[in-house]
Design a protein around this ligand. Structure first.
Ligand code: SAM
Length: 325
């Protein structure tokens, strides 16, 4: 379907939990334990209903995110339910790599096409510090193993923060020499804990990389997301840049989000949307739910206001682990 600004909306991101096994410093506070009770999270039935209802209005791609989606013990069931919706052509996940390694075959068999793995340092001690406890070897093994598997795309999401990991830009670029993966630099957004760190603009990162390598714009222009991609001659992988702040892509935004508590979000940065739980846990038909979602999507905000110091009270205050990134 198209919204009132004529954007083609075909991509749904569902956060299936706000819980996480890690506490990345720019994402979650160290001690706050205000996570949802299990009953307040979307269950597999709810998720299937949302996917069926949104598929009726043109959603073709679903990304499962969190919190950490792979801490859900019913993850495989959720994946199977999404995969049973015939209109869905792509199923993707964003994960920190937890519980991935031993499940790759099962996930691939059940429709998972694309995996994004978040990794903000290639130094094991620093990784542990940023994530407050993460196991670097485990993530790296998951990345290597999944890049040899049956998946269409494996990508690493890196958030570069000044004074924290900005000395590792070339190390990340070098990963694409041998591995057939995409390394994507995502600008830190001033949301929640992210406000405590200094982001690095992607143009700066691009200039640093260009000081050593010739970058070729990836010949295959990806049409399904906001990243710009480049390749280095003879490197197997590619390098991507997602620049929500320095190069807003709202004009081509094709996505909607559902939080782990079943709130349909129309823009990452706004709190506007609809609580879907009453519809999901009543006798509302999929067709009615679909109409309700369609009407909401039509009014999707035109653009985010990050970095505008706006006092607008519709600006989102939820944390990234609820929203799903
Ligand atoms: N646990 C999963 C993971 O680590 O990928 C999925 C959830 S996590 C919230 C999704 C993505 O959001 C991660 O790639 C993380 O780096 C990113 N993220 C969290 N806070 C952010 C911020 N303030 N700005 C930009 N990206 C952020």
């Amino acid at each position: 379907m198209f919204d009132k600004n004529n954007r083609h909306i075909n991509y749904l991101r569902i956060s299936i939990t706000d819980h996480c096994n890690l506490r990345c410093q720019y994402c979650l506070p160290e001690t706050d334990n205000s996570f949802s009770n299990k009953n307040d999270l979307l269950n597999a039935d709810d998720i299937e209903k949302i996917v069926r209802a949104t598929a009726l209005i043109g959603i073709e791609k679903v990304r499962i995110t969190g919190g950490e989606p792979l801490i859900r013990t019913d993850f495989l069931e959720i994946l199977k339910r999404i995969n049973s919706v015939k209109e869905i052509k792509k199923i993707a996940i964003t994960t920190n790599g937890f519980n991935l390694l031993n499940n790759l075959d099962e996930f691939s068999k059940n429709g998972l096409n694309r995996i994004n793995i978040s990794l903000d340092s290639l130094n094991s001690d620093k990784y542990k510090k940023i994530t407050r406890g993460g196991d670097f070897e485990q993530v790296m093994n998951s990345i290597k193993e999944s890049s040899n598997g049956n998946f269409e795309r494996i990508r690493i999401n890196v958030v570069i923060m000044k004074g924290i990991n900005d000395d590792e830009i070339f190390d990340f670029v070098n990963l694409t020499r041998e591995l057939n993966i995409g390394v994507r630099f995502i600008e830190l957004m001033p949301i929640g804990e992210g406000k405590r760190f200094t982001s690095m603009k992607n143009l700066e990162i691009l200039d640093i990389i260009k000081s050593k390598y010739t970058l070729e714009r990836d010949a295959v222009e990806k049409t399904d997301g906001p990243a710009s991609y480049y390749k280095i001659s003879n490197f197997r992988g590619e390098i991507g840049f997602i620049s929500p702040l320095s190069n807003r892509f709202c004009e081509s935004c094709n996505r909607i989000r559902v939080t782990s508590n079943g709130f349909l979000k129309l823009c990452l940065h706004y709190n506007q949307g609809i609580d879907l739980i009453p519809y999901l846990r009543s006798n509302t038909s999929i067709e009615t739910l679909s109409e309700i979602i369609k009407n909401a999507i039509y009014n999707k905000p035109k653009e985010h206001q990050m970095n505008c110091n706006s006092q607008d009270n519709t600006i989102e205050t939820k944390r990234m682990n609820e929203i799903g990134g």
